[in-house]
Design a protein around this ligand. Structure first.
Ligand code: FAD
Length: 472
């Protein structure tokens, strides 16, 4: 039986970063799918390539976690900065999220006027800037050293943010902007749904600031698809693709791993499975540890299009509608176009990924027939509104259309839930961390601290890497 010091289950952003940072160890990384990257993968269907979920790449700038990690690896990704991070359209009100603060603010004043817009948005930007200046953020449990490091982080956070750390997003909105219109609220909430997977009523001021500020950072387009970054960083990693882990048993001083292709031993295991799915890998004690984490029912509905057009589009748009999308929990959808200059993604016209939010329970118990009908209903609704807004595209130019629900995500990457839970001062102690009560067993990914997207998962991976390096 092959023996390893480190086994990683999953090649999502978290698993891939840990693999790349530890390739000098005796390691192995298992990925059940044929594509690497999970939600951040790129797949081929009907002869065309599509980004599965993640399309925007943020955090590759000085003093930022992703650049720090990639510099350490000696890797520079093939990326291009987007001039407009996202164009948000609501009732013909068009706001381009650009890095130039004054330009952004003048659009806000035109479409969402408020005498305190400057105060509000300056504070949001300032909180985000200060957060990324806090060094050595640590959050882990189950050992004295981890608790001490976490307490020191908490102390730094209080010193940096003072009472703002304890404020809710809603109270800050009220105290600065007053009673804002439903449209303004929708504008804020639509952005928060794609970044922190929650609306302003459920998050802290800090989470809102981080969620609303991503377009003030450099936002990049990844040439040849998001999955290329994952494939690149895993180049020298011992990756076993198309190999699913079924069971893991804890032995005296190692773990016994049972996969679709064989058995392995490893002293340390990093799970890139979600905190809700990890329970399925274990029996008894470890299973009951994972069972304590209450399932988050949130997931994604994604629509993939190929469009035969030579007209120029921005890379990202967000359309906010009056009504909720059928079978979804949002009234907005996010659209990402490939660049025409991208030889891989745009080889047969534009490759488009559209995403919105849904619930796992909406799709779970449907009969095959009803599932198909409901999926078509959602698909056609989004497509209809997409064509309304992009009147330079006609239906005949759309050469391929297909979609994915939480059930599709389950089939390909073993997760129904997509997106973490909102972190606030009340929920922080219940938030899972990279360490577990079991020696040698660790977690990484968007359902554990610090949350989802490239910056959130990378922050979690860097904390885990510090913990791991104390082990080796
Ligand atoms: C629709 C959508 C749009 C998004 N857009 C963006 C965006 O634009 N920018 C951004 O930064 N973030 C975005 N995100 C969030 C981001 O994609 C995720 O937070 C991130 O990719 C999750 O990474 P992860 O490490 O949790 O791994 P996951 O993506 O969950 O990957 C886990 C991997 O583990 C594998 N696996 C699971 N079980 C097993 C097993 N038993 N054996 C072997 N392998 C297994 C899976 O196949 C998968 O490859 C988006 C997410 C979604 C769903």
């Amino acid at each position: 039986m092959q023996k390893y010091d480190l086994a990683i289950v999953g090649s999502g952003i978290g698993g891939a970063l840990i693999g790349a940072l530890n390739k000098d160890k005796k390691h192995i990384l298992f990925e059940k799918d044929s594509n690497l990257g999970g939600c951040a993968s790129t797949f081929k269907r009907y002869g065309n390539y599509y980004n599965t979920g993640a399309t925007t790449f943020v955090g590759y700038e000085d003093n930022h976690i992703i650049k720090d990690i990639f510099d350490k690896m000696g890797y520079s990704p093939d990326i291009e900065e987007s001039k407009v991070a996202i164009r948000t359209i609501q009732n013909k009100k068009v706001v381009d999220r650009v890095r130039d603060f004054e330009h952004f603010l003048s659009q806000m004043q035109e479409y969402y006027p408020n005498k305190n817009n400057r105060i509000f948005w300056e504070k949001i930007k300032n909180i985000d800037e200060r957060f990324w200046q806090v060094k050595n953020i640590h959050f882990a449990k189950y050992s004295l050293k981890s608790y001490i490091k976490s307490l020191l982080t908490f102390k730094d956070m209080i010193r940096t943010f003072e009472m703002d750390l304890f404020k809710s997003a809603d109270s800050f909105i009220k105290e600065t902007l007053g009673d804002i219109s439903q449209e303004y609220k929708n504008f804020i909430d639509a952005q928060l749904l794609i970044t922190v997977q929650s609306r302003s009523k459920d998050v802290s001021l800090l989470s809102m600031a981080l969620g609303l500020s991503y377009p003030f950072h450099k936002v990049f387009y990844v040439n040849n698809g998001m999955g290329t970054i994952i494939e690149d960083i895993l180049k020298d990693v011992n990756v076993h693709k198309n190999e699913e882990i079924f069971k893991i048993k804890r032995k005296e001083d190692y773990y016994l791993i049972d996969s679709s292709k064989g058995e392995y031993q490893a002293k340390n295991i990093v799970l890139n499975t979600t905190i809700y799915d990890s329970k399925n890998l274990f029996d008894e004690k470890i299973k009951s540890y994972y069972e304590k984490f209450e399932f988050s029912d949130q997931s994604a509905f994604t629509l993939y299009l190929s469009i035969d057009s030579k007209k120029e589009f921005l890379e990202h748009y967000q359309i906010i509608l009056k009504d909720e999308i059928p079978n979804c929990i949002s009234n907005s959808f996010f659209i990402s176009f490939s660049k025409l200059s991208d030889d891989k993604l745009s080889q047969n016209g534009y490759s488009v990924t559209i995403s919105t939010h849904t619930k796992v329970s909406t799709w779970k118990l449907l009969s095959k027939d009803r599932y198909k009908k409901q999926k078509e209903l959602t698909e056609n609704f989004i497509l209809g509104h997409f064509l309304d807004y992009f009147d330079s595209i006609n239906k005949e130019q759309i050469t391929k259309t297909f979609s994915a629900t939480s059930a599709t995500f389950q089939r390909f990457i073993g997760r129904q839930n997509c997106g973490g839970k909102a972190i606030n001062i009340k929920s922080i102690l219940k938030t899972p961390t990279c360490t577990t009560p079991f020696k040698g067993l660790y977690n990484v990914g968007d359902t554990i601290f610090a949350g989802q997207g490239w910056p959130g998962v990378a922050l979690g991976a860097s904390i885990l890497n510090k913990e791991l390096n104390e082990e080796f």
